[in-house]
Design a protein around this ligand. Structure first.
Ligand code: IPE
Ligand code: IPE
Ligand code: MG
Length: 264
């Protein structure tokens, strides 16, 4: 969108404002993907149960979704629950599902106000029926929006996504000769979306934890020590500003700056 729309949402004179002014709006990442991590450690630092970290993390989601929409990001993908996360204690999983339902119910208005289209990526059919119901409402009510696409990765695994895509390609009768990288990506959950330009991970872990394995082939990675419940607008702006200083080569070489004819 624009600097004005972002500034309207940022307290004047704050560090966020200084960061917002450093953003080059002609070079925004089209797709930002975030591995929201560190909720449990955030809670442990405060001698609170892990679920309090998840609860606090909802405020970060709210902030980041609206900041991204105002900034003018085309696609935001948040990793909320991996297939591997079912290994956690049942009470923690139940709280995560309840928080998700509550978020969707309470934030639908914000999504509509910001013209955000909501989508889910992952094995949605394996989620509990009440969660699916809430997701369907969110997807249906925002389907006509034309602004930022907000994907939430739920019951998601990058490897499972690739297997699901292969199954769909086979079911669609694709022959080996028809299949190339572009065609294959049409069977992924993210079909038609740009690959993430910027992948953010909070809490300092240097791993991708089975997230968007196909799509992050050439993403710029930005890891912050900040735990997810402390992550706000300013951290996202910091990541975008850092991203804009990167030299993306895609396996090629840095383009030499044009030298004026006759220059030595
Ligand atoms: C991220 O925080 C939330 C989910 C994975 C659902 P964690 O719950 O993984 O928190 P840490 O990494 O244990 O601190
Ligand atoms: C990644 O975080 C999954 C989500 C953010 C939903 P985890 O906390 O599950 O990842 P690991 O176990 O540290 O790799
Ligand atoms: Mg974690």
């Amino acid at each position: 969108m624009s600097l004005e729309q972002l500034l309207a949402w940022i307290p004047p004179g704050s560090p966020d404002e200084a960061l917002a002014r450093q953003v080059n709006f002609d070079q925004l990442p089209a797709h930002v993907a975030i591995i929201m991590d560190g909720n449990g450690r955030w809670a442990a630092e405060r001698h609170l149960p892990r679920v309090e970290g998840h609860r606090a993390g909802i405020d970060s989601v709210r902030d980041v979704v609206e900041t991204s929409a105002r900034l003018g990001i085309d696609v935001l993908t948040l990793y909320a629950f991996s297939i591997e996360n079912w290994k956690r204690p049942r009470a923690e999983v139940n709280t995560l599902m309840t928080l998700l339902k509550r978020y969707l119910r309470l934030e639908l208005g914000t999504l509509l106000k910001n013209n955000i289209r909501f989508r889910v990526i992952g094995r949605v059919d394996e989620l509990p029926p009440d969660v699916r119901h809430e997701l369907e409402i969110g997807i249906g009510r925002t389907a006509g929006n034309t602004g930022m696409l907000f994907n939430i990765a739920l019951n998601y695994s990058g490897r499972a996504e690739i297997v699901d895509a292969a199954r769909r390609a086979i079911a669609a009768g694709i022959t080996p000769d028809d299949l190339d990288e572009q065609h294959f990506s049409d069977f992924l959950y993210t079909a038609g979306q740009p690959d993430p330009d910027l992948l953010i991970r909070t809490s300092g872990e240097m791993r991708v934890s089975n997230f968007l394995l196909w799509q992050i082939a050439y993403s710029e990675i930005w890891v912050t020590e900040t735990f997810w419940p402390d992550f706000r607008c300013r951290h996202l702006l910091e990541a975008v500003v850092a991203y804009q200083k990167r030299d993306r080569r895609y396996g090629g070489i840095k383009q030499p700056t044009t030298v004026a004819l006759g220059a030595k």
